[in-house]
Design a binder for this molecule. Sequence first.
Ligand code: AMP
Length: 193
Amino acid sequence: MNLIMFGPPGAGKGTQAVRLQEKYKVKQLSTGDMLRGEVSSGSVLGNRIKEIMEDGELVPDDIIIELIENCIGQPECKKGFILDGFPRTVAQAEALDVMLQKADRGIDHVIVLNVDEGALIQRIEKRAAETGGARADDNAETLKNRLTVYNRQTAPILPYYEGKGLLRQVDGMLPIDEVSARIDDVLDGRAAA
Ligand code: AMP
């Protein structure tokens, strides 16, 4: 089972991806977590992307595509994967298709978590307070830009997957357990696309 978790920052993609990883034994691939790992390692790549992330902008496609390509080929992704935070541009979505075709694999569902903008801001502020500001991009100012970037560069991917019949809309405003239940319905084939 290969899934894409899709939605704006703060929609709950990571929370749900962790649950799905546990339940279905498929590998969560969070590009945000991978990039934060690079930044905290102080590597050359980490230093290059630190500012981009702090500004809420997107890291260049070539870097991200390489990261994902390396992961998808690993044995831990053999049973399947959940892409959390990727793809974020149409170019990334197209590159994903090419790499999956080469590996004779495909995406089963693109799960879109829909959450109002006001609720997203509240959630990110809560996460910043709970983690003591551990994420440099979890603040009202950067969040505004992350939402702008989402609307401008990431949301345009939706028609791409809609055309392939892969989109599954889920109400991300519901309590976490309810959202999980709706996703289970999609995966069990109980929800209308
Ligand atoms: P996230 O943890 O998914 O919210 O990602 C945090 C930040 O990492 C984003 O605001 C971007 O700067 C960067 N990032 C994560 N995934 C991608 C991606 N697929 N393409 C470009 N930048 C990304």
